[in-house]
Design a protein. Structure first.
Length: 167
């Protein structure tokens, strides 16, 4: 079924769209990051993953996946996370530094041998992007997770470094 839109409504929508294009600066930036780091669950284990995001001015959205393998010899579980985050960041300084804070939520899976828990989780943290050359930046990040359900570790922390490409 087609809903008729009157001339006044179309004119108003066109005006809002035109104002949005003129007023909002062209500062939208997409970026992708690959990273590796460590978490507090596995003492000598690596967490690795990737993220992709879109930022308009100083507010951004990011989707991230990370995986830290289990260590049966240490009886420490593996942790997979898939999170959707909102981040607020400072403008890139003239010397190439950009600080950010982030929070979000998503799904996780914690596994140790045959014991597995899949549920929802939250995360919060922050970090720094450092311009290396052109559109390539280094990224340093710290996150604290709050895992719901019945995980073995409900508050893991993750620290990572990665390469970030803005486009």
């Amino acid at each position: 079924m087609r809903v008729p839109i009157g001339l006044a409504c179309r004119t108003a929508l066109t005006a809002i769209f035109a104002i949005f294009i003129v007023v909002v600066p062209n500062k939208a930036v997409a970026d992708a990051t690959v990273f590796a780091g460590m978490n507090t669950i596995t003492p000598h284990g690596w967490a690795r993953g990737f993220s992709a995001g879109l930022t308009l001015l100083n507010l951004g959205f990011e989707v991230e996946y990370a995986n830290a393998g289990e260590d049966n010899s240490q009886r420490t579980p593996g942790l997979q996370t898939g999170m959707v985050n909102v981040l607020v960041q400072t403008p890139m300084t003239s010397n190439g530094f950009q600080f950010y804070a982030t929070t979000g939520g998503g799904l996780y899976r914690e596994r140790l041998a045959e014991v597995q828990e899949t549920h929802v989780g939250l995360n919060a943290g922050g970090g720094l992007k450092i311009r290396l050359t052109g559109q390539i930046r280094a990224r340093i990040d710290y996150r604290v997770f709050s895992l719901r359900g019945a995980p073995i570790h409900s508050r893991p922390h993750r620290f990572y470094a990665g390469l970030n490409l803005a486009f």
